[in-house]
Design a protein around this ligand. Structure first.
Ligand code: UD1
Length: 418
């Protein structure tokens, strides 16, 4: 297993270009399976999850070619409507293929994501919505088996604005009979990117980005060309890295409108932020102030995905910061590792109280999940001495060449393979 070796204390200075968004490219690649033609998708990041998604497309019978950041998916002749348990287990988000495969084949069979039983989290909203659209669903031998004569458009109210469920419904509704209206839909920018792509494929999706999305079913879809939006979580991770090291960085291609909650927290913590149409620049004033309270919420609230890198920053702030994680129950696994580096953090249920310390110390730490892993890298960049971050396979799920990006801006970071 790879490790990242980081010598902390180098201010991050320079410019980098943000990668395409992981959370946009996955549903868009799934949508390409339903196009029945050739889709050309630009700005695809090189990530493990994207590779797995390509493997799923190939398993379904799509012809997939990759050239640099462009992935070409031809879904003219799907030969299969089944995704193996193995691939499903590796990537929970592959559940969004359900809607796309149903649109393409009226049948779908996918392995249970992480062995989670139907009716319980995290896919109850997906399942209940598809059932409302006329899909018969049963669970057999670890597979979710779905079939329907015709998908039926209908009103669907989500009890919680789930990103994945909103995407799944959109994918199932594009060729359904009649109109589907999703209320309390997720409003994340990645939903808008998916809607743009679906509309380029000939779908009729309106209202994406608001809490009411209307999808009018169409007779047929076709291939389309699309450029994936910039990754707002990766962009913020690099801005935080510059802030924690007392540096100055420009993240080209980043969209400030997608990051209002995070940018406002960075300003509160003392960053000088300049936005223009080409990107975002962050300049540190040399010290970090605590942030009053960070509560993770569905978009446009503070994103759960950037909570942990912000916690690394708060760990060295002047004062005490409070975090409340409202989206996922188990998203504080990075805390013990930050504490090993000298952070003072107390967790109580969904809340964490972070008392800023003068400095962190390099240590051997382990990433247990993607964003928590990024938080450890951020902390290690500022820590005194050497840190070794293992569990890089999680970080690689969401960050393209993290060591290259940071090293180009002056960080001392290298990967040791094996
Ligand atoms: C997506 C993102 C992920 C991000 C999350 C929240 C992708 C590939 N991943 O994940 O990076 O952290 O949004 O912004 O886009 N839930 C249920 N039942 C369901 C579905 C969800 O209870 O049927 C719960 C989940 O357990 C979780 C919450 O709703 O507590 C949010 O989940 P959701 O918005 O669906 O997140 P994902 O789409 O899985």
């Amino acid at each position: 297993m790879d490790r990242l070796i980081i010598e902390g204390g180098m201010p991050l200075c320079g410019e980098l270009r943000v990668q395409g968004a992981k959370n946009a490219v996955l549903p868009i690649l799934a949508a390409a399976a339903a196009a029945g033609g050739e889709c050309v998708i630009h700005n695809c990041p090189r990530l493990r999850d994207v590779e797995k998604t390509v493997m799923i497309l190939e398993q379904l019978g799509c012809d997939v070619k990759r050239e640099g950041g462009t992935i070409v998916v031809n879904s003219k002749e799907l030969t299969d409507c089944r995704i193996d348990e193995g691939l499903m287990r590796e990537m929970r988000s592959s559940i969004i293929f359900l809607g796309a495969i149903l649109t393409a084949c009226s049948r779908a069979e996918v392995g249970m994501p992480g062995g989670c039983p139907i009716g319980l989290r995290p896919i109850d909203l997906h399942i209940a919505s598809l059932k409302k659209m006329g899909v018969s669903i049963c669970e057999e031998h670890g597979y979710i088996k779905c079939s329907c004569a015709r998908l039926r458009g209908c009103p669907i109210h989500l009890d919680f604005p789930s990103v994945g469920a909103t995407e799944n419904i959109m994918l199932a509704a594009v060729k359904a009979d009649g109109v589907t209206t999703i209320t309390n839909a997720a409003r994340e920018p990645e939903i808008c990117d998916l809607a743009l792509f679906l509309n380029a494929m000939g779908a009729r999706v309106k209202g994406a980005g608001s809490s009411v999305i209307t999808i009018e079913g169409v007779e047929s879809l076709h291939g389309a060309e699309h450029t994936i939006m910039p990754d707002r979580i990766v962009a913020q991770t690099y801005l935080i890295s510059a802030m924690i090291t007392g540096g100055r960085i420009r993240v080209c291609g980043a969209e400030a409108v997608h990051m209002r909650a995070g940018l406002s927290a960075l300003s509160e913590m003392g960053a000088v932020i300049t936005e223009d149409s080409g990107g975002i620049e962050l300049k540190s004033r040399g010290s970090v102030k605590s942030v009053h309270i960070i509560r993770t919420m569905p978009y446009p609230g503070f994103p759960t995905d950037i909570q942990s890198p912000f916690m690394a920053l708060a760990a060295v702030a002047d004062g005490t910061s409070v975090f409340v994680e409202n989206i996922f129950e188990n998203r504080y696994r990075h805390v013990d590792e930050l504490v090993r580096m000298g952070a003072d953090i107390k967790v109580e249920g969904r809340s964490a109280v972070v008392r800023g310390v003068k400095g962190l110390l390099g240590a051997n730490v382990e990433a247990y999940e993607l964003r928590g892993g990024a938080a450890l890298v951020v902390a290690a960049l500022a820590a005194e001495g050497r840190s070794t971050v293992s569990g890089t396979e999680y970080i690689d799920r969401g960050y393209e060449d993290i060591e290259g990006c940071l090293a180009r801006c002056g960080a001392s970071i290298r990967r040791v393979c094996g």
